[in-house]
Design a protein around this ligand. Structure first.
Ligand code: BGP
Length: 473
């Protein structure tokens, strides 16, 4: 029996991907509102302007969550809904999240609040270039302070930054997220500032004596060496240092990993440490590690790079980065893993990788882990009878839940499991074609239609899993 009584069976979402109501009730533009309006930036120019209209339909959605038996719902707060200009509190925005949280609680669902899931107020991007300026540290901390004051006694688990590794690397290196920059040094600079902001938020949380837990969610694709060739093993170790520990060490230990720093130096990349930075990072250690797991990542030494290597979003139904020649290309290259199948979007399906991720976090940090995202993005078909037979999703999730159970037996402490996602939602670079939910939302890139909700087969499967606390998979 692996899952403890208090284990939380949940699901996750993010404000921009579900809410819609982009400019209602005093909400300001986020960088994603502005970015997705520019033709060519997103798949078929889709936006989150309407998304799945959670803003108006959250009661209906929470009722479905309750029916499914969901025990936790992770959602994010939109900073520009709380503060249109990034600083001035908008009471209507604050009240909206009070209503969502209260509705969840009234239905027996534990709210897990993500503070930042990528929708920075555009005003702060315009004023000082967002994450590239240290001015953001104070603004972000003030925003967090408002959330802690308002919701501090209602939320047991707080996620500070969602996937800092993704929003900095896609935004400042691969140029496929706002602000669409490709510059390794700027990426490292923005990331350092994000680390300081994250630490400052955690510090504020402690100072305010909030009786809850806080952690960041990290998109972790554990690194494998493609072969036992020692140079491939070193390449995978380098990838682990620079793509994983470079963030997780900061969250868990309050400092950068030593080898990663040295490797960056050899690439002539430097972190702009100012007086007080080290102390601030040390004061920002998290209570738990938030783990977003989708796939493992396989590497070879740069000189063994294969032309055929598949990476992330390689399908034609998404926006793909065309940037090449980044400094770390000298150290390692992504490679195929012949043992793994791929999803329709070329993501490696690897349940064991989740076990590896949980074990590596446990051995290095001994922290409890909240699995804050895991799921399968797939094409779904709505039948004429209003059914979605997503046995492929059930199979994917079942194998991942088994892997969690094995990891728990290995000694990992897992707080809960939030699948991505509960309802179908807007995918940043894949429009509405790539679906993740237990609940089908009838809309597509061309039209929001009526946004009608349908329960997929996986809805009933997860209901059983929750009911039996993971006994019946
Ligand atoms: C994570 C994000 C989510 C979500 C998910 C699926 O990186 O935190 O917001 O989008 O990935 O990604 P995608 O929609 O690209 O398939």
């Amino acid at each position: 029996m692996s899952f403890q009584e208090e284990f939380l069976w949940g699901s996750a979402s993010a404000a921009y991907q579900i809410e819609g109501a982009a400019n209602l009730d005093g909400k300001g533009d986020s960088i994603w509102d502005v970015y997705s309006r520019v033709p060519g930036n997103t798949f078929k120019n889709t936006t989150g302007e309407v998304a799945i209209d959670f803003y108006h339909r959250f009661e209906e959605d929470v009722a479905l969550m309750k029916e499914m038996g969901l025990q936790a719902y992770r959602f994010s707060v939109s900073w520009p809904r709380i503060m249109a200009d990034g600083r001035t509190v908008n009471r209507q925005g604050v009240e909206f999240y009070h209503k969502v949280i209260d509705t969840l609680i009234a239905n027996g669902i534990t709210p897990i609040l993500t503070i930042y899931h990528w929708d920075l107020p555009q005003a702060l991007q315009d004023e000082y270039q967002g994450w590239e300026s240290r001015d953001i540290i104070d603004d972000f901390t003030r925003y967090c302070e408002v959330l802690f004051e308002e919701y501090g006694d209602k939320i047991p688990y707080w996620v500070s930054l969602n996937e800092q590794n993704i929003f900095t690397s896609l935004g400042y290196l691969q140029a496929i997220h706002p602000p669409k920059v490709s510059d390794f040094q700027r990426f490292v600079n923005a990331n350092h500032i994000a680390n300081l902001a994250n630490a400052s938020a955690v510090k504020k949380f402690r100072e305010m004596g909030i009786e809850a837990k806080i952690g960041a969610s990290f998109a972790y694709s554990p690194a494998y060496a493609q072969s036992a060739k020692p140079e491939d093993v070193i390449a995978a170790e380098d990838a682990q240092e620079l793509q994983d520990l470079f963030w997780m060490d900061v969250y868990a230990k309050g400092r950068y990993p030593k080898i990663a720093l040295k490797r960056l130096e050899t690439l002539n990349i430097h972190i702009d440490f100012q007086p007080g930075d080290k102390e601030l990072l040390a004061a920002g250690v998290c209570d738990f590690m938030g783990l977003n797991y989708y796939q493992s990542a396989t590497f070879v030494a740069a000189e063994n790079k294969q032309k055929t290597a598949q990476t992330g979003n390689a399908s034609q139904v998404s926006v793909v980065s065309e940037i090449s020649d980044i400094p770390t290309d000298k150290l390692f290259a992504r490679a195929d893993n012949e043992y793994l199948e791929m999803t329709d979007w070329n993501w490696a399906v690897d349940p064991n990788g989740l076990r590896v991720a949980l074990r590596r976090i446990t051995s290095r940090y001994e922290l409890p882990i909240l699995i804050s995202e895991n799921g399968l993005g797939a094409f779904d078909t709505l039948t004429e009878e209003g059914k979605v037979h997503d046995d492929y999703r059930i199979d994917f999730l079942r194998r991942h839940v088994e892997a969690i159970s094995e990891a728990i037996d290995d000694g990992c402490e897992v707080i809960g499991y939030c699948t991505w996602s509960c309802q179908d939602l807007f995918s940043w670079l894949n429009g509405y074609a790539k679906r993740y939910g237990f609940i089908y939302v009838d809309r597509d890139e061309e039209s929001a239609k009526e946004l009608k909700r349908y329960k997929k087969d996986s809805f009933y499967w997860y209901q059983k899993v929750i009911e039996t606390n993971g006994e019946q998979l």
